[in-house]
Design a protein around this ligand. Structure first.
Ligand SMILES: [Zn+2]
Length: 106
């Protein structure tokens, strides 16, 4: 199968992590003066900032789409919007439902 992927360099991963961290911390800052909402918004944005920035800092690859011949049924398959954030990953074949394990070639 062939895959359309984006590979992130360490610098790109740090930049993506920093971007989501700053955006969500801005959300926490803007939530602080809103009565009532700040009890939920501030801790929620801070927790989201930590979790999502950590996830983006570790994300090495983003799989956009897959295509090729299924080894189980032999049918030609196209999987758009795969959206995997890490490899290896499993995806069901749209034709036969058999799970296909995807691994990166090094
Ligand atoms: Zn199949």
């Amino acid at each position: 199968m062939r895959a359309r992927v984006t590979l992130f360099t360490p610098a790109q991963r740090r930049a993506r992590a920093r971007r989501v961290l700053l955006l969500l911390l801005l959300g926490a800052l803007l939530s602080a003066p809103i009565p009532g909402w700040h009890f939920v918004g501030v801790p929620g944005f801070i927790a989201g900032a930590v979790i999502l920035s950590r996830r983006r800092r570790r994300q090495e690859v983003l799989v956009h789409s897959l295509g090729g011949t299924c080894p189980a049924c032999g049918g030609e398959q196209e999987i758009e919007r795969a959206g995997f954030e890490s490899l290896p990953a499993s995806v069901p074949c749209p034709g036969c439902g058999e799970f296909l394990k995807l691994e990166a070639l090094r």
